[in-house]
Design a protein around this ligand. Structure first.
Ligand code: FES
Length: 133
């Protein structure tokens, strides 16, 4: 009888230890996911010097900035169909993935994209434009 009780306790201890051991990778992954999310949020602000923005159409890696006199409009270069990065073509933009086309102002001129390019919020801070991408 004593052996049976000890065996049950040993088994229980073994199972607890084993389950604890199995949870270690999940704790590690959870910490990494939180770090990645924090880094991602930190990187979602883009600063572009005002001196780099000319009147008219300005193509940057992830955004398009339209400057009309002193008015700025910032558009995402992410296609509104499935998110590919659009390329400049003639007076507007084309998506290399499925061929959607957008005007210079970001309006859809040819599908399959159904929505205009996303306008991004920005603020002017001193000598740069701060954009939330
Ligand atoms: Fe741009 Fe499909 S992702 S057209």
């Amino acid at each position: 009888m004593a052996d049976t009780i000890m065996t049950k306790k040993s088994r229980r201890l073994f199972l607890k230890s084993f389950l604890g051991f199995l949870s270690l990778p999940f704790l590690y992954l959870g910490k990494n996911a939180a770090d990645t999310a924090r880094r991602w949020n930190e990187n979602r602000i883009l600063n572009i010097p005002l001196k780099d923005i000319r009147p008219g159409q300005n193509d940057f890696d992830t955004v398009i900035i339209l400057k009309d006199k002193e008015r700025l409009t910032v558009l995402s270069r992410e296609c509104t169909h499935l998110g590919c990065r659009i390329h400049a073509k003639g007076d507007g933009y084309v998506c290399p993935c499925h061929g959607s086309e957008f005007t210079r102002e970001g309006k859809v001129s040819r599908g399959p994209a159904a929505r205009d390019l996303r306008e991004l919020a920005f603020s002017k801070t001193g000598d740069s434009v701060r954009i939330r991408v």
